[in-house]
Design a protein around this ligand. Sequence first.
Ligand code: GDP
Ligand code: MG
Length: 443
Amino acid sequence: MLDNLKDAVRKFLGSSNYDKAVNDFIKELQISLIKSDVNVKLVSNLTQKIKDRLEKEKPPTAIERREWFISIVYDELSKLFGGDINPEITPKKIPYVIMLVGVQGSGKTTTAGKLALFYKKKGYKVGLVAADVYRPAAYDQLVQIGKQINVPVYGEPNNTDAVGIAKRGVEKFLSEKYDIIIVDTAGRHGYGEEVKLLEEMKNMYSEIKPDEVILVIDASIGQKAYDLASRFHQASPIGSIIVTKMDGTAKGGGALSAVAATGAVIKFIGTGEKLDELEVFNPRRFVSRILGMGDIESIIEKIKGMEEYEQIQKKMEEVMSGKAKLTLRDIYKQLIALRKMGPLNKILQMLPGFGVFSQIPEEQLKLGEEKIKKFLVIMNSMTYKELDNPSIIDKSRIRRIAKGSGASPEEVKELLKQYQVTNNLLKMVKRRKGLAKLFEDRN
Ligand code: GDP
Ligand code: MG
């Protein structure tokens, strides 16, 4: 269901009637989220926030309204799924004991294997403990997984004392100087049984004192995830959450928003049955995937470019008022920022009349993409000293720079001339006391 959003973004970006497109998109967004099990209240909060921001905020210069709108949607959706928190996946200390909890079938045993493989690949020495004594084949299942990834498994196939097994398993691996120990536990369905299960979790928790308890939740559980997470949390403090089977359902939104609402951090998501199908969960990356990676990335890049551009503009104003000196480094930054923003002619049409660049380096603005690339390569061959102080660039330096960048000496000179033109224009503006005057003169 969330998959539909990619198409909606595409359609929106290509639409002609902005206001109608905004309304259509918001409706589509609501439907998709609700169909994906995201809580209705969260959905209406989200759309209200988007609408408020549309009203109160203004798109940055040179950013199209449509793109700006999508960036707001991206922002607010990311907040819904956990915001800017990047999960801490490096163990805070060594050795590190992890206890996995969750209902039966949620994917604990598989996830134990996935985690073991994940950390093994990172160079940690990992051990697995099979502390599910209720499912007859549970021990064998974990042993199988351990074999696949070449990680040792501790278990006592004929013993039913789960807490004791967990304790002895952890102790054994600790004495053998393992870095990360992962304890797989039982989980049973059914009313009444759950009380017993939670009791066992509590005992196990106080016996093995894990450094972290991870709750494993099946994505298809939907909004019940909230309840489940809080109940488990009372038995043993849940440090983080792994949502499994994100591949099998389009309804992952429920589990994600519910656990996000409990304040728990989603660390990983499971995206398949295979042991390497585990991903570190990053809300922004997750949302950009929902909305269409390519589109989102280019919009975000553009907005970043615009911010950098505004910084340079400030510097140019300082140059004009005589407070700062123009360097090639400024030109370099300016070209980089401009490139991030997309085709030059399009940006220029959107810059307000008083923008420094829309007035001054006209020749520079006529530069094509190719030339910009060339100039950047040339500047990459300059030293910082040369970039900050272009007047020291003499004939021999020109030759060296040309050689280093694969350009001709004429091209290097052209760049230097460009710098001179910009510098002179800025000085001229300074003499005329302000841009407004120049703007009038030129019209
Ligand atoms: P446990 O009872 O909590 O230990 O759950 P299991 O690890 O035995 O997993 C139950 C089923 O879910 C198995 O068939 C797994 O292969 C499957 N499973 C686990 N994680 C994922 C996942 O991320 N994606 C998919 N598609 N299946 C998964
Ligand atoms: Mg299991």
